[in-house]
Design a protein around this ligand. Sequence first.
Ligand SMILES: [Zn+2]
Length: 76
Amino acid sequence: MTDPTPAGEPPVCSSRGCRAPAAWALRWNNPRLHEPERRKTWLACPAHRGSLGDFLDARGFLRDVTALPGSHTLEA
Ligand SMILES: [Zn+2]
């Protein structure tokens, strides 16, 4: 049983060791590794949206942050 996202289950935060439901999608691109149009996506819970965003932003990788549809934690 290795399906990481069973149907109906909320997506989980990408931060290491965190199992909280994700509320944000951080879209990023590493110009050294990826085509300019390519976007990688990290998912973040409200607690890790800042730290994951800062990690990407400090490296100049962060392109876009969007709230996940269906999130119940949209209040900032
Ligand atoms: Zn988290």
